[in-house]
Write a protein that binds this ligand. Structure first.
Ligand SMILES: NC(=O)c1ccc[n+]([C@@H]2O[C@H](COP(=O)([O-])OP(=O)(O)OC[C@H]3O[C@@H](n4cnc5c(N)ncnc54)[C@H](OP(=O)(O)O)[C@@H]3O)[C@@H](O)[C@H]2O)c1
Length: 258
């Protein structure tokens, strides 16, 4: 079943990708910062599913460490058939109130690392004439709310462009655009989410199952969940001026101050 490299595999959606792919018999390269969590997951997946699992500890906000992930993706002796660019995080404050170091790290993890890894994987896969790239974006890429939206917009549009560039080569590119998904994301970003309607929430397993079906079907944009498909279609049809103010007000409700 080949090999998949998953970034942000230590928690949430990335961990769910690793578990699902291992269950399907795919060998794995797990990337994140937390070595202990990655090693524990790798051992569990090897024992449970008999797949080969490598652990590649890397902070994707660091250029040199991201370079090691790119080297692994470019390695023709141990080809990677599916790249899942999933690592990411939400910001704890709005742009002007936030620490610039966190803002730069966001740009590095959610934009630069996606760009660099797609370059390495895209070239290697194109040369082999097969492969898949799945970039985890967000429904936030369709609205206008601060740097997170801007970075996820990059991921969605960049994926669309790369999908066109690779059309006919045997390599597919998919931007996964989930809505609210139960993971560590909101707690890490200190977001207050108790007021969110239950109907909006997705399970990471559901997101991953839909994403992998869409990759297999060669879809360029994947939006898991019927409720989010409808909302996304509405968002994309909404005039930008309305979207701008509405998005800010909606997201501000979930921000924890102080
Ligand atoms: N949850 C949602 O509602 C939601 C909705 C739409 C899109 N998304 C996107 O889904 C993706 C996964 O998020 P999640 O919800 O699963 O969040 P999560 O549970 O907080 O997991 C985030 C993962 O990213 C890794 N990560 C963060 N910073 C990193 C860095 N500097 N270098 C390497 N790895 C890093 C974390 O691992 P370490 O801490 O071990 O490094 C962790 O494995 C993100 O791109 C997020 O933007 C989430």
């Amino acid at each position: 079943m080949g090999t998949a490299l998953v970034t942000g595999a230590s928690a949430g959606i990335g961990r769910a990708f690793a578990e699902r792919l291992a269950r399907e018999g795919t060998d794995l390269v797990l990337v994140a910062r937390d070595r202990a969590r990655l090693e524990e997951l790798a051992t569990a997946l090897r024992d449970r599913h008999g797949v080969a699992v490598e652990v590649l500890v890397a902070d994707l906000s660091d250029r040199e460490q991201t370079g090691r992930v790119c080297d692994r993706l470019a390695d023709d002796v141990r080809p990677v058939d599916l790249l899942v660019n999933n690592a990411g995080f939400g910001f704890r404050s709005s742009f002007l109130d936030n620490d610039l170091r966190e803002e730069e790290a966001g740009l590095d993890v959610m934009v630069r690392a996606v760009l660099l890894t797609c370059h390495a994987a895209g070239r290697a896969m194109r040369a082999r004439g097969r492969g898949g790239i799945l970039n985890v974006s967000s429904v936030a890429s369709f609205i206008a709310n601060g740097t997170y939206s801007a970075e996820k917009s990059f991921v969605t549009v960049f994926s669309e462009g790369l999908a066109s560039e690779l059309a006919g080569t045997g390599v597919t590119v998919t931007a996964l655009c989930p809505g609210f998904t139960r993971t560590e994301f909101h707690q890490r970003a200190r977001m207050s989410i108790s007021a969110l309607p239950q109907a909006l929430w997705l399970d990471a397993d559901v997101v991953v199952a839909q994403a992998l079906r869409d990759v297999a079907a060669g879809k360029v944009i994947s939006v898991p969940g019927g409720q989010w498909k409808v909302l996304t279609a509405a968002l994309r049809a909404t005039p930008r001026p309305l979207l701008r103010g509405g998005a800010m007000r909606a997201v501000d409700r979930f921000r924890v101050r102080g």
